[in-house]
Design a protein around this ligand. Structure first.
Ligand code: FMN
Length: 190
């Protein structure tokens, strides 16, 4: 699948078939994730592949409501054959080489969210190109998830996604017009 086609046709998938995902396919999407760029190539990301249904159930229970509505991804984490949890080592991304942990190099602090997001978007696009579904899940209690997964101090859980064969074809979620979001030369200049 061409990259632009993959970008345009990926959808958040929240209903999954029970069909298992084989190890090689999981490895392929993880490879795509780890080819993402990162701050000074620090690669702060860590990934946990969860197949154990009891652990997936516990992770699903950490999801929190969004705008007073239950998190629609909770059943997806429960029912998909696999969940991939993305963690980050703190104090690496956004710091001067050899000086971490110390003062961040920029006024944006630790860039771990950014690097993990790049990796996870690679993963979701690669999954889509292989016929698999995913949905980025950010609304959950990260501390509870870290306890469930035994994530050590100095690391945190950033996001998770179910991974499996889609059992739905969701409609396209609209995007703003480029004219609304793009400026030229200075902010707001059209
Ligand atoms: C950082 C981030 C966090 C998200 N968290 C959740 C979530 O907790 N639950 C959920 O159902 N969807 C979640 N989503 C999915 C978005 O709702 C979805 O990407 C958006 O509505 C656009 O739909 P599309 O992915 O099908 O294009 C999240 C997406 C992102 C990028």
């Amino acid at each position: 699948m061409e990259i632009l086609e993959a970008i345009k046709t990926r959808r958040s998938i929240r209903r999954y078939k029970a069909t298992p995902v084989d190890d090689r396919t999981i490895e392929l999407v993880l490879e795509a994730a780890h080819w993402a760029p990162s701050w000074a190539n620090t690669q702060c990301w860590r990934f946990i592949v969860v197949r154990d249904s009891k652990i997936k159930d516990k992770l699903a229970d950490t999801l929190i409501a969004v705008s007073d509505r239950p998190n629609r991804a909770a059943d997806a984490i429960r029912n998909a054959p696999v969940a991939i949890v993305a963690c980050a080592e703190l104090g690496k991304s956004g710091y001067f080489y050899g000086r971490q942990p110390g003062e961040p190099a920029t006024d944006k602090g630790d860039w771990y969210m950014f690097d993990v997001a790049l990796a996870m978007q690679n993963l979701t696009l690669a999954a889509h190109s292989l016929g698999l579904g995913t949905v980025h899940v950010g609304a959950f209690d990260a501390k509870k998830a870290a306890t469930i997964l035994g994530v050590p101090q100095g690391f945190c859980v950033v996001e998770m996604t179910p991974l499996g064969y889609p059992d739905e074809e969701p409609p396209i979620r609209p995007r703003q017009e480029l004219s609304e979001i793009v400026s030229y030369d200075k902010y707001g200049l059209k």
